[in-house]
Design a protein around this ligand. Structure first.
Ligand SMILES: CC(=O)SCCNC(=O)CCNC(=O)[C@H](O)C(C)(C)COP(=O)(O)OP(=O)(O)OC[C@H]1O[C@@H](n2cnc3c(N)ncnc32)[C@H](O)[C@@H]1OP(=O)(O)O
Length: 437
């Protein structure tokens, strides 16, 4: 790992390829305020966001401070100081198994101006990022995406999925555990104080999670300029403390009542539970609140214990399920050795990577304690042939190799190899990413 990722130069291969098109590709110095603002302008325009207020610009500048900020400039444009493409990145730990993390290279703000689309700018940005990640010593890259069609070609595969739920509270009827800890309302300011420690515990327990910054908390609690206008006033926060007084969970919600207040919809902004008791207590609390008739939640896990904690499981309706966290393995040996496994076994994988970072044949050996060791065995007979995007999708155990084999996305070279892979890679905790980055 290089000591300072911010001082890494712009990738020379992309720089040359873009220079051949008359474009300049470079990083932006964080102390160059004018260049940072122009970059941010291009980033927000690239996502078709409204022109930002001064307060929002300051907020957004704060969110990217500390990131490696890169752009592409075209001297022929009418405003040549504004880049025509943007990307930002930073090293960030990714939980790969409970209490096990690996340093990943997070990539965000990938935009290309509509005036410059489909000329290979995004390709140069992305491959430039992957090479920079390797130069920094990161073994895996990660991102969250706008469209599911963009990143597979660069070796990324979806590895953690997310679901939205709508619960009909009148049908649900709580039948789960009734924890004996205490529930209490807390102010947003108190939540800002106690929430991060709870979220950290959840992050380390859950494959797919990454740390969130204080700015995320401010946005979540309606304390940021990027929060909707009246969200601070509308949001309520309830904390669950266990019998020893430890704060184990938080729920952040807002309620929209009908005109006559006889019914209401509760929007679950966040439900963060570090223990099964906190989870049950907070879900029960929102489902039984008067006069709530509907609870809506997004960015939840694709499998939620909640479905099994109500009398009528059909009252918990999954309204959406989609890819959320995308991973791109760059170094198979280091990444596979970074997580614990579910069973003892030995697998030889033939990994195909069109961009060459991870191509090779690898033997993963796991023992009964879940420890894995990986060695490169080029030339050995492989049992499974996997593309790098598919291996990245399978890493956290949220997707079955058998599913990908049935879909023709990976090839069993030995019958039963996909099932053997699934036995080893299974995750006891459903992988989930509860935030965007
Ligand atoms: C991590 C994140 O930040 S997610 C955010 C992604 N950005 C956005 O959604 C903002 C709006 N969109 C954009 O800015 C641009 O359209 C981008 C970044 C998606 C693509 O930029 P471009 O410079 O046009 O892409 P580029 O020309 O490099 O295309 C590379 C390849 O991806 C394909 N591609 C690019 N965009 C898309 C897309 N939206 N859907 C499907 N394929 C795409 C191209 O056809 C090309 O394919 P090829 O390699 O087979 O020839």
């Amino acid at each position: 790992m290089t000591s300072n990722f911010l001082s890494l130069p712009a990738d020379s291969t992309s720089q040359q390829a873009l220079a051949d098109q008359g474009l300049r590709y470079d990083t932006v110095a964080s102390d160059d305020a004018a260049a940072m603002r122009a970059w941010l302008d291009a980033d927000m325009r690239g996502f078709h966001s409204a022109t930002a207020s001064a307060a929002l610009i300051e907020h957004e500048l704060a969110t990217i401070t500390g990131n490696r900020v890169t752009g592409i400039w075209d001297a022929r444009t009418a405003q040549p100081e504004v880049p025509v493409a943007t990307v930002s990145s930073w090293p960030m730990p990714l939980t790969v198994a409970p209490q096990q993390t690996i340093d990943g290279w997070a990539i965000s703000s990938v935009t290309v101006s509509p005036t410059h689309r489909r000329r290979g700018l995004a390709r140069n940005l992305l491959l430039g990022e992957l090479r920079t990640a390797v130069a920094h010593g990161c073994a895996i890259a990660m991102l969250t995406v706008t469209q599911a069609t963009i990143y597979g070609r660069f070796g990324f595969g979806p590895a953690a999925f997310s679901s939205a739920y709508t619960v009909d509270t009148q049908r649900a009827v709580w039948s789960g555990p009734v924890p004996t800890g205490a529930l209490s309302f807390v102010s947003q300011e108190v939540a800002l104080d106690i929430g991060p420690a709870i979220k950290e515990r959840v992050r380390l327990q859950t494959p797919g999670e990454v740390p969130v910054q204080q700015l995320w908390w401010k946005e979540t609690l309606g304390l940021s300029p990027s929060s909707p206008a009246d969200s601070h006033e509308q949001l309520r926060v309830v904390c669950y403390s266990n019998e020893n007084g430890d704060n184990d969970g938080l729920v952040v919600y807002r309620v929209e009542s009908s005109d006559d207040h006889s019914s209401a919809t509760l929007e679950l902004v966040e439900l963060i539970a570090a223990t099964p008791a906190a989870y049950a207590a907070l879900w029960r609390f929102v489902l039984e609140m008067d006069p709530i008739t509907v609870v809506k939640a997004t960015r939840r896990a694709v499998v939620e214990p909640l479905t099994w904690q109500v009398l009528d499981s059909r009252s918990v309706r999954k309204t959406d399920e989609r890819d959320h966290l995308w991973l791109r393995i760059l170094d198979v040996e280091r990444v596979l050795a970074s997580r614990a496994y579910a069973a003892a076994g030995a697998l030889v994988l033939d990994v195909v990577d069109p961009d060459g970072f991870a191509t090779g044949t690898y033997r993963l050996t796991t023992d009964a304690n879940g420890t894995g060791s990986v060695e490169r065995v080029d030339g050995a007979a492989a049992e499974l042939r996997v593309g790098i995007a598919e291996l990245s999708s399978l890493l956290l155990g949220g997707l079955r190799a058998e599913t990908l084999a049935s879909a023709g996305r990976i090839a069993e070279l030995v019958p039963g190899a996909a099932l053997a892979f699934d036995r080893v890679f299974a995750s006891a905790t459903v992988p989930r990413l509860s935030t965007w980055f």
